[in-house]
Design a protein around this ligand. Structure first.
Ligand code: FPP
Length: 248
């Protein structure tokens, strides 16, 4: 918790919208199936919603938007669906690169890139590079991301620093691990939204969301709009965040 969030907590919680919103974009498959279409049709419709949501951020005061695009567990899906999703990510990046760069969006990816194909990795690097100097919305795309995997990778790096004498185990506290996480440059999420009526976190930002507010909504991701995001941000503004303390 930063000193800003600590003082917000002492004041009795936020009186404005969330600075960092993280979204589990769920329900593409059901959206497609209810229309008698293949699951990938839903993923394509879902990808189209991303642009509207990103564009609504500046007006809502959202500085950081993190979206869950593909989890470390999603490889269990059929080969057709996985290949279709990977192709969709490549096309999305190539197609949106110019617009994201021009709209002052800074894009980052989190997750383990090792298992992703070389062409996709190259596009991800390129998108991060061309948007690196942007100062508007910080869009983070979680791709081959899983919180447990992230913590395991972070722990490996931390252990290496201890073994090689760069870190004293006595100095390890709860400020240390976040510096090794993929999200090290991001503030913790204030609001985590999951669409499609499922009320679970599915290995998303577990460490980072320790004190986040949650919204589980019934809307399927391809039906989610900037207007619905605005409603959830307003609702967030009335929440009483205490971070384990008591109201002043
Ligand atoms: C979960 O819905 C969604 C995914 C696993 C993929 C998310 C991908 C997108 C929204 C599209 C592309 C994103 C970017 C950044 C281009 P599900 O398939 O589990 O739906 P279901 O629960 O109804 O089956």
């Amino acid at each position: 918790m930063t000193s800003d969030t600590a003082s917000a907590a002492l004041d009795g919680g936020p009186d404005k919208g969330p600075r960092h919103v993280a979204i589990i974009m769920d329900g593409n498959g059901r959206w497609a199936q209810s229309r008698g279409r293949p699951r990938l049709f839903g993923h394509h419709a879902g990808a189209k919603r991303v642009r509207e949501v990103v564009e609504s951020c500046p007006d809502l005061g959202i500085e950081y938007l993190t979206i869950f695009a593909f989890s470390t567990e999603n490889w269990k899906r059929t080969q057709v669906e996985v290949a279709g999703l990977m192709s969709l990510f490549r096309r999305y990046i190539a197609k949106e690169m110019k617009a994201l760069a021009e709209r002052d969006v800074r894009v980052r990816f989190i997750g383990d890139r090792v298992r992703l194909d070389a062409k996709l990795r190259k596009l991800m690097d390129q998108l991060e590079e061309v948007t690196a100097n942007n100062r508007g919305t910080n869009l983070t795309i979680a791709l081959n991301y899983g919180s447990r995997d992230e913590v395991a990778r972070a722990t490996k790096r931390l252990a290496r620093d201890v073994a090689e004498g760069r870190l004293d185990p006595d100095d390890v506290d709860e400020e240390t691990l976040p510096k090794y996480l993929d999200t090290r440059v991001l503030p913790d999420p204030d609001l985590v939204i999951r669409t499609s009526g499922e009320a679970r976190i599915s290995n998303f930002l577990l460490w980072q969301s320790a004190y986040a507010e949650y919204e589980f909504i019934d809307t399927l991701w391809p039906d989610f709009t900037g207007t619905e995001l605005a409603r959830l941000c307003t609702k967030y503004g009335s929440r009483d965040r205490r971070f384990g303390g008591v109201k002043a």
